[in-house]
Design a protein around this ligand. Sequence first.
Ligand code: DC
Length: 230
Amino acid sequence: MKKKITIAIDGHSACGKSTLAKGLAKALSYRYVDSGAMYRGATLYALENDCFEKELDEAKFIHILDDFQLDFKIISGINSLFLNGENVENEIRQPHIAERVSKVARIKKVRRKMVAQQKKWGKNGGIVMDGRDIGSVVFPDAELKLFVTASVDVRTQRRLNELKNNGVTQNFDEVKNNLSERDYLDSTRKESPLIQVEDAIVLDNSELSIEEQLDWALAKVNEILNTPPR
Ligand code: DC
């Protein structure tokens, strides 16, 4: 049997890493985990439980941290997040979640809960996970680590298209400001900031189509799979 590797994909918001991760998982028949969806799910739980006034009430949220479970299921071909058994895939993509998620994702205890679950899902390999701390914290021993990047204007346009497809109307500047703010918060926070680890391969996909970036990454996977173990 062919060995099943672990693929860690990190990068800035809306750089296309989820598209790449999903494509790889499908082509390889691996499990796909969108770790950003998990932080979005935690944010929704905090909102539903009145943990946000203007700011996040961290102590209140930490108190209820053990009361929610996250899972993924494929529903009508879409990888969907379930929060305590309820499909919240559509809701977690809305702007009110995007505006608050960085505040939840910077809390150490929240990250600990998410990372423990992510490691459990990945313990036997055969997984593609995308996020901000996958190559650095979740799977530091992953056989393939990619750091995906694209210009902020390209990323804004991609996110606008995605929102439009989901029926959400926002203008270019609103989306660009949200992405830039999250890039800043994600890269400068104390707990597991977004970093490019030394052994990650950088992929700037500003000029690449979805198919081109998938082919590029599959070639990297095949190189690893065809390298005999030492
Ligand atoms: O990938 P995304 O935009 O859906 O992620 C939502 C937020 O979650 C993002 O602003 C940063 C945070 N995040 C994180 O801190 N660590 C991860 N592994 C994934 C996402």
